[in-house]
Structures are given as structure tokens and as C-alpha cells.
Design a protein around this ligand. Structure first.
Ligand SMILES: Cc1cc2nc3c(=O)[nH]c(=O)nc-3n(C[C@H](O)[C@H](O)[C@H](O)COP(=O)(O)O)c2cc1C
Length: 298
């Protein structure tokens, strides 16, 4: 599928706050992810030159094209933020259901205000030549399909593609993803449509232009090349990438989060995770990996 002039040839890594940092995105890219998207970045933070915000926006050389996800609700903020971005594609979060986001009118709150959603895309399009994409959900209240109106509005405003998670905001992550609703939405959509939610196969069948994979990639970043890699090799590569970009403390914290997924069901995995929970630095993590791999924990 094309997003503007960019040919996206494989599945897309979903943005996941707290997980899809530059190291994990580079890891997924190395396994063939067609596009990687940053964690969501506040347009307010960007406009005010917040340091944490600029850290979130770093992209790796392998991320070609690069895509930054923004959240906010004021079209003028988006326009100002766009001038500060050096990525290739801008994505707008219109699906985050977390109360601290929604209560400010950001994320999924925009599903209830399709006019404002359109105004945000229009403001970005006026401020930059970069393609603008939107990520949303089926609707806000369960059973109330607001996405169709939202998509019509952002498509009219010039959005290059839309990604839809097949749940309602109210559901958060409970219940099943509704594939039939996603198909119906895709059929009525005038721009490329990216399906998202409980998907672990990178092949996109019509009416979808591409698929976006989130949690399945946390368990196995090699999902993008259809395979499963040795968890120890995966973990060591991830540690090395984390150390390229971050300090030891952050690296150990990310290992604690990711190893829960990488070593689920692996013999000695629990003891390894316990050792990583006690680790003080990356050497401790590597030592625990060596021990686990040599079977000491079995
Ligand atoms: C820990 C976590 C963090 C997330 N953060 C974001 C985010 O920053 N922006 C966003 O648009 N979606 C975010 N999502 C939603 C995912 O992008 C995706 O839509 C959702 O997980 C469904 O896809 P999946 O079933 O493939 O995981 C997050 C999901 C999880 C589990």
C-alpha cells in the first residue's frame, strides 16, 4: 500500500506507549516491519519544547519511512508542532481510550467530534507536505459506530490512510475485535485502510490495504517475517539495541517488561525473569540470560 509516496510493503508495527521506543522499533524493522510508528507524542509538549517529548521523537536510520504519532485536540497546536517534525509521515491518535487522555478531549474523544478531527488533519496538511494518517477505533460507546463519520471527515481533509482498531473505546482491550465491522468500514472507505486488533499475520487481504500488529509483536517481533526466533537471541539483540540508545536503568526496566513476553512458556523463564527483576545493570541481565540458556534454572 502507499502512504503518500511511501510504499509500505509489509505489516505495520502498532504504536504502543512504553514499548515501541526507538530500540524496539529498530528490532521490529530488522525482522521486516513495513512501517514503525513512535509512541504517542503530545503536541502540547512539542510546541513547548519539552525534553521528554523530544526523546520520544528520535527515530532510527533504518526507519524509512519514519512515522511520529501525535496526540492533542487543538488544530493550531498540530500546525505548530508539524513545523518541528523531521519525520516522513505524521500519524494522529484518535483512538486512545485512557481516561487521562480522553478527559482532555484527545485520543478517542475525537471520535465524538469528527469536525474537529477533520480540522486537525486540515491544519497539518496546510502546515506540511508530509502525508498524514489517522489511527482510531470502531467508535466510542460500544455499539455506536462513530468511525465511519470520522473517517469521512479526515479523508475529506486530506488524510492519506486510516488505521482502525476493531474495538470500541469503551471496551479498551476487552471482548473480541470485530473483524466484520472492520471489513464493512474498509469497504466504505475512500482512502487506504489498515486493519488492527488481535492480528498476528502480516498478510493483508482485501478490503484491507495493510495490517497493523501490536501485542503479537511484543511476544515475537519476528512476526513480521512469519517466524519465531530463539528467545535468548532475541533478548540479547534487544539488550544491545537498548544500550545503543538508552542508559542502563532504562535498559533493565525494558528487559523486565519485555522478558515477560519473550520467555512466556520457556523452561527456566520464571527464574530468569526473577533474576532480571533483581538486576542492577545490563551485565546482570546478560549474566541471567547466560545462566538460563545453560539450563541452570531448569
Ligand atoms: C501497552 C500499549 C500501549 C499502547 N499505546 C498506544 C499509543 O501510544 N498509540 C496508539 O495509537 N495506540 C496505542 N495502543 C494500541 C495499539 O496500537 C493497538 O491498537 C492495540 O493494541 C490493538 O492491536 P493488537 O491487538 O495488535 O495489540 C497501545 C496498546 C498497548 C497494549
Amino acid at each position: 500500500m502507499f502512504i503518500g509516496k511511501y510504499d509500505i510493503k509489509n505489516g505495520i508495527l502498532a504504536p504502543m506507549a512504553g514499548y515501541t521506543d526507538i530500540a524496539f522499533r529498530e528490532l521490529c524493522k530488522s525482522y521486516g516491519a513495513g512501517l514503525t510508528v513512535t509512541e504517542m507524542v503530545s503536541v502540547r509538549g512539542l510546541v513547548h519544547g519539552n525534553k521528554a517529548t523530544s526523546d520520544l521523537m528520535r527515530v532510527a536510520n533504518s526507519e524509512k519511512p519514519s512515522c511520529i504519532q501525535l496526540f492533542g485536540n487543538d488544530p493550531a497546536d498540530f500546525a505548530r508542532a508539524a513545523e518541528k517534525l523531521s519525520c516522513d509521515i505524521i500519524d494522529v491518535n484518535m483512538g486512545c481510550p485512557m481516561p487521562k487522555i480522553v478527559k482532555n478531549g484527545d485520543g478517542a474523544a475525537l471520535i465524538k467530534d469528527p469536525e474537529r478531527a477533520g480540522a486537525i488533519v486540515r491544519a497539518l496538511k496546510n502546515a506540511t507536505d508530509k502525508p498524514v494518517t489517522v489511527k482510531t477505533r470502531l467508535g466510542y460507546e460500544t455499539g455506536n459506530d462513530g468511525a465511519a463519520q470520522l473517517i469521512e471527515s479526515v479523508a475529506k481533509a486530506g488524510a492519506a490512510a486510516v488505521a482502525v482498531h476493531g474495538r470500541y473505546a469503551e471496551q479498551r482491550y476487552t471482548g473480541n475485535c470485530d473483524l466484520n465491522k472492520l471489513k464493512a468500514l474498509a469497504h466504505g472507505c475512500s482512502i487506504p485502510f489498515i486493519a488492527n486488533g488481535d492480528i498476528a499475520d502480516v498478510k493483508a487481504e482485501p478490503p484491507f490495504s495493510a495490517v497493523m500488529i501490536g501485542r503479537a509483536a511484543l511476544a515475537d517481533p519476528a512476526v513480521f517475517c512469519g517466524g519465531r526466533v530463539d528467545p535468548f537471541e532475541l533478548a540479547r539483540r534487544h539488550v544491545a539495541l537498548l544500550l545503543e540508545y538508552f542508559d542502563e536503568r532504562y535498559t533493565v526496566n525494558q528487559c523486565r517488561k519485555f522478558f515477560v513476553h519473550y520467555f512466556k512458556g520457556v523452561r527456566g523463564g520464571k527464574q530468569l525473569r526473577d533474576a532480571v527483576n533483581r538486576a542492577e545493570n545490563a551485565s546482570d541481565v546478560r549474566f541471567a540470560l547466560d545462566k538460563a540458556q545453560s539450563g541452570v534454572y531448569n
